[in-house]
Ligand binder design. Structure first.
Ligand code: NAP
Length: 244
């Protein structure tokens, strides 16, 4: 396969970082994006010459628009990995604090839905015929988890319409939906042993997911072999949730 141009949002850490590293190891050119310049530069230094960093807030329409001139003019694969549960970054509002409740829900929507929708909207005209869009969802979309789960469910609904829109150009759009995946900044270092054990006990293979587990699913969907797979949600969770 000839070298491709890949954009990975959230590519400075965790799942996005692993995905970016795997593409670069295959000889592809990779652009990693995120808000923290230093994390991106660290990732680029580790990944090597095939990688480049572009820092911007993917939930901010003006920032995405400005970033466009630093992003590739032709893209073969877009991976939307930026996101996370923003409830982990702030104290939970009381139910009667409606402004606080609204702010918490909007934060999850911004982080998980708008990041993917804005970057994809901006880059879709640049995605080559036969290109690939892969967005990282979550098991939380199917199992609750408040505003975060609702946002990831919205990602799945959006992906279905995206697949319809880009299908005539032979571009596919799919969601990879991980369960517990360690080796990332997702839990902000606060995943306790008990919760970890409980989540592992829910899997059929009795183990945590790794960023490579998720990366392998992304690599398949991004490959030429997956041209007839679109509009789908691929669950990578050790059977903790049985997709259907
Ligand atoms: N780890 C898990 O157990 C798990 C399970 C299911 C789903 N997921 C999903 O997997 C994806 C990757 O998360 P991860 O586990 O790898 O955690 P992570 O290490 O925290 O990665 C999230 C990345 O997204 C970037 N990001 C967040 N908001 C952004 C914004 N507004 N603009 C630009 N970049 C933004 C962050 O960089 P900056 O902070 O520098 O912007 C960070 O690099 C997320 O969508 C997450 O919801 C994770």
């Amino acid at each position: 396969m000839s070298a491709r141009t890949i954009v990975v949002t959230g590519g400075g850490t965790g799942i996005g970082r692993a995905v970016a590293g795997a593409f670069a190891a295959d000889g592809d050119t990779v652009v990693v994006t995120g808000r923290r310049r230093e994390r991106l530069e660290q990732a680029v230094a580790e990944i090597g010459p095939g990688a480049r960093a572009v820092d911007f807030d993917a939930s901010d329409p003006a920032a995405v628009g400005t970033a466009l001139e630093r992003l590739p003019t032709t893209v073969d694969v877009l991976v939307n990995a930026a996101g996370g549960n923003t409830d982990l970054d702030r104290p939970a509002p009381r139910d009667t604090d409606l402004d606080g409740v609204a702010a918490a829900w909007r934060a999850n929507f911004d982080a998980n839905v708008l990041t993917a929708v804005l970057v994809t909207s901006a880059l879709t005209p640049r995605i080559a015929e036969g290109g690939r869009i892969v967005t990282i969802g979550s098991i939380a979309a199917r199992r609750g988890a408040g505003g975060y789960g609702a946002a990831k469910a919205a990602v799945e609904a959006w992906n279905a319409s995206l697949a319809t829109d880009v299908g005539p150009r032979a571009i596919t759009a799919n969601v990879v939906s991980p369960g517990l995946t360690t080796g990332t900044e997702f839990f902000r270092g606060r995943l306790g042993d008990e919760r970890r054990r409980r989540l592992v006990d829910e899997t059929k293979n009795r183990r945590e997911g790794t960023t490579d587990d998720v990366g392998a699913a992304v690599a398949y969907l991004a490959s030429p072999h997956a041209g007839h797979v679109t509009g789908q949600v691929l669950h990578v969770n050790g059977g903790a949730y049985l997709g259907h």
